[in-house]
Write a new protein. Structure first.
Length: 163
C-alpha cells in the first residue's frame, strides 16, 4: 500500500514544490520511494500549469535537488487518497482544515515545521516570493530541517511502528 504525502502552500510555485523536492529526495535516500508518494499543490489556482518560480528551481538545483515541477490547485476530493497533508504556514493549515470534508481528513493536515524540534513556536515557513534569493535559501534551510523529523514520522507509519 502506498503512503501519500502532499505539501501545500499558496500558489504551488515556491515553498511547496521546494518541500516536495527535498522530501522526495529524503524518501529515496531512505529506500522508501517504492512505498511513499510525494507531491504538492497550492491553496489557489493562480499559477496552475506553471513551473516553479525560477528562484526556487535555482536554489533547489544548486543544492542537488530536482527542480522539475508543474503547479496545481489542491482539491478537497484529494483528502480521500492522501495520508498526510503538510501546510507550509498557519494560513494554509486553516484553509486546508476548513476544506477537509470530514474531521478525520482535517486531522491529516499538519504544519511542516512542527516536525522540526528546533522551530520552537515559529512554525511558519515565510513566503519568499516577494523577496530576494536569500529568502529562498532560508526557505530551503527550514524545509531541510523539518524533513528529517517528517521522514521519521512517515517511516514509522509506513513500517507500522506507531501505535
Amino acid at each position: 500500500m502506498t503512503y501519500r504525502v502532499c505539501f501545500v502552500c499558496t500558489g504551488n510555485i515556491c515553498r511547496s514544490p521546494m518541500a516536495e523536492s527535498v522530501f522526495r529526495a529524503r524518501i529515496a535516500e531512505a529506500g522508501l520511494d517504492d512505498r511513499v508518494e510525494v507531491d504538492s499543490a497550492g491553496t489557489g489556482g493562480w499559477h496552475e500549469g506553471d513551473g516553479a518560480d525560477p528562484r526556487t528551481v535555482r536554489v533547489l538545483q544548486e543544492h542537488g535537488y530536482d527542480g522539475e515541477h508543474t503547479a496545481r490547485q489542491f482539491q478537497a476530493s484529494w483528502f480521500a487518497r492522501l495520508d498526510l497533508v503538510i501546510a507550509l504556514d498557519s494560513g494554509h493549515l486553516k484553509s486546508l482544515r476548513r476544506l477537509a470534508p470530514t474531521e478525520q481528513d482535517a486531522r491529516k493536515v499538519h504544519l511542516l515545521r512542527s516536525y522540526d524540534p528546533d522551530a520552537a513556536d515559529d512554525l511558519d515557513v515565510p513566503d519568499p516570493y516577494y523577496g530576494g534569493l536569500d529568502g529562498f535559501e532560508e526557505c530551503l534551510e527550514m524545509v531541510e530541517a523539518a524533513s528529517e523529523g517528517l521522514l521519521t514520522a512517515v517511516r514509522d507509519e509506513v513500517e507500522g511502528t506507531t501505535a
